[in-house]
Design a protein around this ligand. Structure first.
Ligand SMILES: Nc1nc2c(c(=O)[nH]1)N[C@H]1C(S)=C(S)[C@@H](COP(=O)(O)OP(=O)(O)OC[C@H]3O[C@@H](n4cnc5c(=O)[nH]c(N)nc54)[C@H](O)[C@@H]3O)O[C@H]1N2
Ligand SMILES: Nc1nc2c(c(=O)[nH]1)N[C@H]1C(S)=C(S)[C@@H](COP(=O)(O)OP(=O)(O)OC[C@H]3O[C@@H](n4cnc5c(=O)[nH]c(N)nc54)[C@H](O)[C@@H]3O)O[C@H]1N2
Ligand code: SF4
Ligand SMILES: [Mo]
Length: 688
């Protein structure tokens, strides 16, 4: 038996794993006890890499659709056709007729994330979309606006703060997000032992269970909650601004712009007693090391940008921004900010049909359906997807499904024939990550310590396989040939990683390469004030486009009826790991949850089959009573709904469960960013 070590690419925790092999191949996976950061942590998904590697449905060679059926073809022909197909569509209809959608796993593979931008720039289309606009756009937008770079995102100093106010995140199930901290449940338990963890969530989640206190907020009530908290803080004492040495613009002006809400209105909108908010204000103001953190639940809702902005203002008020024990951006070995990176920008162009502003070179994916469906100049007629499943992961997936079926050309770089890729003319599956060099350029930048690791291949790529970066390079080369555009191929990952790291001088490259368990370079240090990339060199708090949204908040009607929110389970990974036997065994996890009193009021029995409908669609599923929810809130995981024709996922296909995103509405947006408001969907539930 021999052992090799690599980081897990399945979530942001990037745990170090030990891969045990015999002559016949991989036999077991364990948490790597010698990883200085993850210290042996592993979750069920890490083990399920064994299933992914052995999955008979996984593709290894290209598939071309001929007369509605996929047939295997060779790599040369496939890459040639892919590039030429996009060139042909652009020759006929113009550059913007090609759209691209980049999904979540791209950030987990250096061969995707480092090579895609060059290919997308070559396409020169305005129709670039990604999973970021159903996820963390508000974070990036606020970081760009306030600190001058979309990735200057302050990270909670998790192991050193003594008071954490957490909104809309469930790291015990998700393992943390924009908060890379392997074994996060342990870290949170340690925090509750030395201090206080408050969880604000409509559901008493797994994280709320281990928290010091849980506040069951109404979905979408967070912006008002945060405004009330800021107001209460002003009553506690002055803002601790001396910490910022005068590098703060528009802070008091921003505070003065906040609307006042009467106590009864705050209670009505948040569903929380005003005293709870006052108590948190007093407690957090009195703490030396404290932080406010908000994730998915407060980003993918109608006021995501306001929430993220208010969270920054609170951390600033408390003097906790860019301070050990508070929140501070990581300064990773491979920089994601500074020279040669893209800081972000906004509204340089707008989507054709709805006029939604661009952010960081992309349009909100909620606009994709209409850009494909609406005839006219610049209509999207071809799509490239890379590691994405927007049919299950973006609003009104069912309608997107039909829109994709109408395209003239579609190429998917993906390892499965699934709900999205079944529409492709060509599927190009990359070789296993275990055969590739990898550096976590993204998640090291969001980690709660300064860490670095070069992941080396555990085995060789087979002769009939192609790596992600080779596929992207191959399409780009064929496209450049067909269009006469210039294309200089980037060096392979091993060389590119070396070049990017040696250039910075941040760490001895050879020592890093030799550190098979990764390097821990210590805790976070304050660097934000010296890294600001705003034009003024100051923290810029006041932004017209954000402040304007306060009027929308004030005018917003208090939601009545049932509201739908999402959930994650430790055994899930968005929409794509339901073919792994290790993960789908045991109890079903797809059901709609509702409070037993809400079920009783509707006369629906626990376990009944129900029809759930929203403004855009309807699904049928089973409902189960769950009193961890606040009343008026129903909860459904996303990523289910695999019973469709033409996919090849033998185990997922027979799983019950419908898609959340057949209910979510592309017109429900966080307006400043264009991020999808996936949570808080108004629904009605009826027994079948
Ligand atoms: N209702 C609702 N919707 C949501 C969310 C929610 O909470 N609620 N969450 C949102 C969030 S946070 C995200 S990030 C998005 C995710 O949205 P997507 O990224 O669109 O969806 P995934 O389910 O992550 O799909 C990943 C795809 O990558 C493929 N894949 C896996 N590994 C590889 C690989 O190594 N290489 C390649 N080329 N392909 C690979 C899989 O087969 C699958 O097709 O979903 C969003 N949608
Ligand atoms: N096991 C597992 N782990 C994952 C993933 C997975 O699919 N499965 N996906 C990965 C990805 S891509 C991401 S982005 C991260 C996300 O990681 P997290 O940000 O931790 O996301 P969730 O677990 O969806 O937690 C969001 C919480 O917000 C709550 N919520 C919903 N609406 C509101 C609201 O209006 N206000 C408040 N305060 N709360 C609300 C929900 O009840 C839920 O508990 O997880 C990653 N890790
Ligand atoms: S928590 Fe699980 S999925 Fe996430 S990196 Fe660790 S082993 Fe992988
Ligand atoms: Mo995500």
């Amino acid at each position: 038996m021999f052992r090799q070590y690599r980081a897990c690419p399945l979530c942001e925790a990037i745990c170090g794993l030990e891969f045990q092999s015999q002559d016949e191949g991989l036999t077991a996976i364990r948490g790597d006890l010698s990883d200085p950061f993850s210290r042996g942590h592993i979750c069920p998904k890490g083990n399920a890499i064994l299933d992914l590697e052995a999955d008979p449905d996984r593709l290894h060679t290209p598939r071309l659709k001929v007369n509605g059926r996929f047939v295997e073809i060779g790599w040369e022909e496939a890459l040639q056709r892919a590039g030429e197909g996009f060139a042909a569509v652009q020759a006929k209809y113009g550059a913007n007729a090609v759209g691209a959608y980049v999904g979540n796993p791209n950030v987990h593979h250096f061969g995707h994330i480092a090579y895609l931008p060059q290919w997308l720039r070559l396409l020169k289309t305005r129709n670039v979309y990604s999973a970021s606009s159903v996820d963390q756009w508000p974070h990036q937008l606020v970081a760009w606006a306030m600190y001058g770079h979309q990735f200057l995102i302050p990270i909670v100093d998790l192991d050193r703060c003594d008071y954490l106010l957490m909104l809309g995140a469930n790291p015990v199930a998700s393992n943390g997000s924009l908060l890379t901290a392997p074994g996060i449940a342990k870290r949170l338990k340690a925090l509750t032992q030395r201090g206080t963890l408050i969880v604000v969530d409509p559901r008493r989640t797994e994280t709320a269970e281990i928290a010091s206190r849980h506040l069951p907020i109404k979905p979408g009530g967070d912006a008002v909650f945060l405004i009330a908290l800021l107001d209460a803080l002003r009553g506690c004492g002055p803002a601790r601004l001396e910490h910022y040495g005068g590098r703060l613009n528009g802070f008091l002006q921003s505070l003065d712009a906040l609307p006042g809400f009467a106590a009864n209105e705050i209670e009505q909108r948040t569903g929380l007693p005003h005293e709870d908010i006052d108590r948190i204000a007093r407690e957090i103001y009195g703490q030396r090391d404290a932080a406010v953190y908000g994730r998915m639940g407060v980003s993918t809702q109608a006021f995501g940008t306001l929430c993220q902005w208010l969270i920054q203002l609170i951390n600033i008020y408390l003097g906790q921004l860019d301070k050990c024990g508070g929140v501070l951006p990581n300064d990773p070995v491979m920089p994601v900010t500074g020279k040669g990176t893209s800081p972000g920008n906004r509204a340089r162009w707008h989507s054709r049909v709805r006029g939604l502003p661009e952010f960081a070179g992309e349009l909100p994916v909620s606009a994709l359906i209409e850009e494909i469906e609406t005839p006219g100049q610049d209509q999207v007629r071809a799509v490239f997807t890379s590691a994405g499943n927007p049919v299950l992961s973006t609003p009104n997936g069912q309608r997107l499904d039909s829109a994709l079926a109408s395209l003239e050309w579609m190429v998917s770089m993906d390892i499965y024939i699934n709900e999205t890729t079944r529409h492709a003319n060509l599927i190009l599956p990359p070789a296993s990550f275990l055969t590739q060099y990898h550096y976590d350029s993204v998640f090291n930048a969001f980690a709660v310590r300064r860490i670095a690791r070069i992941n080396t291949p555990l085995r060789e790529q087979a002769a009939n396989e192609r790596a992600d970066f080779q596929i992207i390079g191959g399409i780009a080369r064929a496209y450049a040939m067909a269009t006469g555009k210039a294309f200089d191929e980037l060096p392979e990952p091993r060389k590119l990683i070396e070049a990017l790291i040696r250039r910075t001088g941040n760490v001895d490259f050879d020592a890093l390469l030799g550190a098979v368990h990764g390097l821990d370079l210590g805790p976070l240090e304050p660097t934000l004030l010296t890294r600001l990339e705003t034009a003024s060199g100051q923290i810029e708090c006041w932004h017209e486009f954000i402040v304007q949204d306060l009027a929308r908040l004030v005018a917003c009607e208090v939601a009545g009826g049932l509201q739908l929110i999402g959930r994650r389970d430790v055994r899930s990974n968005n929409s794509w790991m339901h073919n792994a036997p290790r993960l789908i065994k045991g109890k079903p996890r797809h059901q709609l949850q509702m409070h037993s009193a809400d079920l009783a009021a509707l006369g629906i029995g626990d376990g009944a089959r129900v029809r759930v409908s929203s403004a855009v669609g309807a699904i049928v599923t089973e409902v189960i009573a769950d009193d961890s929810l606040r009343r008026g809130v129903a909860c459904l995981p996303h990523g289910f709904g695999h019973q469709v024709d033409g996919i090849k996922l033998q185990r997922a296909q027979v799983l019950p469960g419908a898609s959340y995103n057949d209910l979510s509405d592309p017109s429900d947006l966080d307006l400043p960013s264009g991020n999808a408001a996936l949570n808080g969907v108004r629904i009605t539930v009826t027994a079948l």
